[in-house]
Design a binder for this molecule. Structure first.
Ligand SMILES: NC(=O)c1ccc[n+]([C@@H]2O[C@H](COP(=O)([O-])OP(=O)(O)OC[C@H]3O[C@@H](n4cnc5c(N)ncnc54)[C@H](O)[C@@H]3O)[C@@H](O)[C@H]2O)c1
Length: 259
């Protein structure tokens, strides 16, 4: 990864948990955090890839930051609690949490199975809910900031994406309830809604062949986004620069939702 993350001076010395951190946008969050001097507890279903990514990004750490990798499944509440516990045991504090893990599958509305709908819902909606339930007690009286990764699929209708899009719309809406209920405890909860971002998930949509030119030209900025462009936005939402922002979803899509 060759991008230079934006630096938010107040982030140094904090601890943040990231789910789905082995690759793609999650990996970019880890890179941006450690370049900002933030300790990271990084969880992913793919434990081996998570360990490899943590090792590779270890060279990118600044200001004494450390990455602790873990195998987790975000559909299991206990795995979120283990991630939070790890943060407290290793670093003595938990200041931020990014519910990033996700999956994608295409399917017509008439054909999508109950199992597929359930899995989408479990990974995205339960994942974001269990993450918040583990993060908030671990943050304690000092509070913190949480970011859920939704999608522009929450707003726009693209063929054969019903199960994914409905689950991301639920994450976007859940974010507002989490913000309202947790604001009095000093916890801010926001979301980002990425558009087309250059990761394995996006390339899997087109058989690994990159995005068709017509899709790229539908974006006003005339390109797809990079994982780091999502991470810079997430870091803004975790940092004190956004200290009066909560319950908001920041769209990171080059304007694509308006076409
Ligand atoms: N790439 C895009 O264009 C795009 C657009 C909008 C939203 N998003 C969202 O951004 C997030 C990251 O996507 P990405 O493009 O980096 O995807 P990716 O497929 O490249 O990476 C997703 C990561 O999540 C992990 N994961 C999946 N299920 C998990 C589970 N149950 N528990 C723990 N980890 C799990 C995977 O192992 C993988 O490492 C997802 O929530 C996705 O829906 C991506």
């Amino acid at each position: 990864m060759t991008y230079e993350p934006t630096v938010f001076a107040d982030m140094a010395g904090r601890t943040v948990a990231v789910t789905g951190a082995a690759r793609g946008i999650g990996e970019a969050h880890v890179l941006a955090l450690v370049r900002n001097g933030v300790n990271v507890v990084a969880g992913d279903l793919d434990e081996e890839a998570m360990a490899d990514t943590a090792k590779r990004l270890g060279e990118e750490c600044r200001g004494g930051a450390t990455i602790v990798p873990m195998g987790i499944d975000v559909t299991r509440a206990e795995d979120h609690h283990a991630l939070a516990q790890h943060a407290l045991e290793r670093f003595g504090t938990l200041d931020g949490w990014i519910n990033n893990a996700g999956r994608y599958a295409l399917g017509d509305v008439l054909e999508t199975s109950g199992a597929e709908f359930t899995r989408m819902h479990e990974v995205h909606v339960l994942g974001a809910s269990f993450g918040v339930q583990a993060a908030v007690p671990a943050m304690g009286k000092s509070g913190g900031a949480i970011v859920n990764v939704a999608s522009i699929a929450a707003y726009v209708v693209r063929a054969r994406s019903g199960a994914y899009s409905a689950s991301k719309a639920a994450v976007e809406h859940l974010t507002k309830f989490q913000a309202v209920e947790l604001g009095p405890r000093g916890v801010r909860v926001n979301a980002v809604a990425p558009g087309m971002i250059d990761t394995d998930m996006l390339s899997s949509l087109n058989g690994g062949n990159g995005m068709p030119q017509s899709a790229v030209e539908s974006v006003p900025l005339r390109r797809i986004g990079t994982p780091g462009e999502v991470s810079d936005t997430v870091l803004f939402l975790l940092s004190d620069a956004s200290r009066f922002v909560t319950g908001h979803t920041l769209v990171v899509d080059g304007g694509g939702r308006h076409r």
